[in-house]
Design a binder for this molecule. Structure first.
Ligand SMILES: Nc1ncnc2c1ncn2[C@@H]1O[C@H](COP(=O)(O)OP(=O)(O)OP(=O)(O)O)[C@@H](O)[C@H]1O
Length: 368
């Protein structure tokens, strides 16, 4: 799915904007602080209900305004709308009808973000990598979201019992059975998707000639001891969990590992090589979702600030194979468009917008 129209009001320094987006590349250029990242943030709000920069909706709502709104029309005709209020709460609408959760938005508009924060995937905590795997499983396996919710409910209940200290073995057993049931299913789905993701990521990496990235190995840790069934693992760790006050085994502890000759990849690869590895992984995630019939939209914030020219070009080639549309930002128009210009149509003719003090203007010669 691609966005054909994007309208927003009162989001950071953007008072209002109403844009017709083009297929392929949409390029937003302008000076520091002009509002380029805020525009990408608006699309992220539309696809997830929240910002990628701040957990607080208040920070994103324009100073002096009571609410922000973002509206988008997809190329298939569907419409999405998100409103966030300074007083808290807000509304999500899909085709003008209220939607019960933001995960409905995500299934309408799968989104990949490449910005400076994306590169914490290697040296950040396991939660960052788990979320990448879960994004992929969510878009590929439609029963996954429910399984994940069931698991979270059972996990909260077991943790509450553990914190209470005095536990009834009978009650504990009920929640452990539920945890094991959903947890085993989540692991099965994650494992299957990870296998495909690993193969696609490796295929992308093999396109980088003579790069140490070709020696990177990816592996999946499910979050509990390999030789044990989850139900058994929970029963065995009950005493220790009670002492710690939380559940230490299960898919909520899963992780992805990146290694080179047995060493953690972030200790071996250069910063730029690590960024390319993350780009390969994120494009592989999008490619897998594309193979399941939904092409994601990419938001790419200031690529020239992150990668050298050859890597920018390679990344642009990867993205063009699996994305429905890309919104890229940069300070300089020429430098930002350069990696995309060698690609076939429609990728080589960006729709260009100039961003200045929160105003976004389509450049006349490139208007769709
Ligand atoms: N809630 C808010 N209300 C009004 N303005 C805000 C709010 N939050 C941030 N701003 C301002 O909005 C502007 C837009 O910032 P944004 O990060 O989108 O710029 P940018 O074009 O991506 O800049 P850079 O090239 O420096 O990354 C900044 O000047 C910022 O100070």
């Amino acid at each position: 799915m691609a966005l054909s129209r994007l309208s927003l009001t009162h989001l950071r320094n953007i008072d209002n904007a109403d844009l017709s987006l083009g297929e392929g590349i949409n390029l937003f250029y302008g000076a520091n602080g002009s509002g380029k990242t805020s525009l990408l943030e608006a699309v992220h709000m539309l696809a997830t209900g929240r910002s990628f920069r701040s957990r607080q909706h208040r920070a994103v709502i324009q100073e002096g305004a009571e609410a922000l709104t973002v509206f988008g029309r997809l190329d298939g005709g569907d419409s999405l709308g998100v409103e966030r209020l300074r007083s808290g709460g807000g509304r999500i609408r899909i085709n003008r009808a209220p939607a019960e959760s933001s995960s409905r938005l995500a299934s309408c508009l799968p989104l990949q973000v490449i910005n400076s924060d994306s590169f914490s995937a290697l040296d950040g905590g396991p939660g960052v990598r788990r979320r990448l795997l879960d994004w992929t499983v969510f878009h590929v396996e439609h029963g996954y979201a429910q399984e994940w919710k069931n698991y979270q409910i059972a996990l909260r209940q077991r943790n509450a019992l553990l914190r209470r200290g005095k536990i009834s073995a009978e009650q504990m057993d009920i929640w452990e059975q539920r945890l094991a049931q959903s947890g085993n299913r989540m692991d099965e789905l994650r494992r299957a998707v990870f296998g495909e993701l690993q193969a696609i990521t490796s295929a992308f990496i093999r396109e980088l000639p003579d790069s140490p990235l070709t020696r990177v190995e990816l592996s999946y840790r499910r979050g509990w001891r390999r030789e044990l069934d989850l139900h058994r693992a929970l029963a065995e760790s009950r005493e220790g969990d009670l002492a710690q006050g939380h559940t230490r085994s299960g898919p909520h502890r899963a992780d992805l590992r990146f290694t080179v000759a047995g060493e953690a990849a972030q200790h071996i690869l250069s910063r730029g090589q690590q960024k390319m590895l993350v780009c390969a992984l994120r494009t592989a995630m999008a490619e897998l979702v594309r193979q399941h019939n939904q092409k994601p939209v990419f938001l790419v914030d200031d690529l020239p600030a992150e990668l050298d020219k050859d890597n920018q070009t390679r990344f642009a080639q990867w993205v063009s194979r699996c994305a429905s549309q890309v919104l890229v930002t940069g300070i300089d128009r020429e430098a930002t468009s350069r990696p995309w210009l060698t690609l076939p149509s429609p990728w080589n003719c960006p729709t260009v917008f100039h961003v200045e003090h929160g105003r976004i203007c389509a450049e006349p010669e490139s208007a769709p």
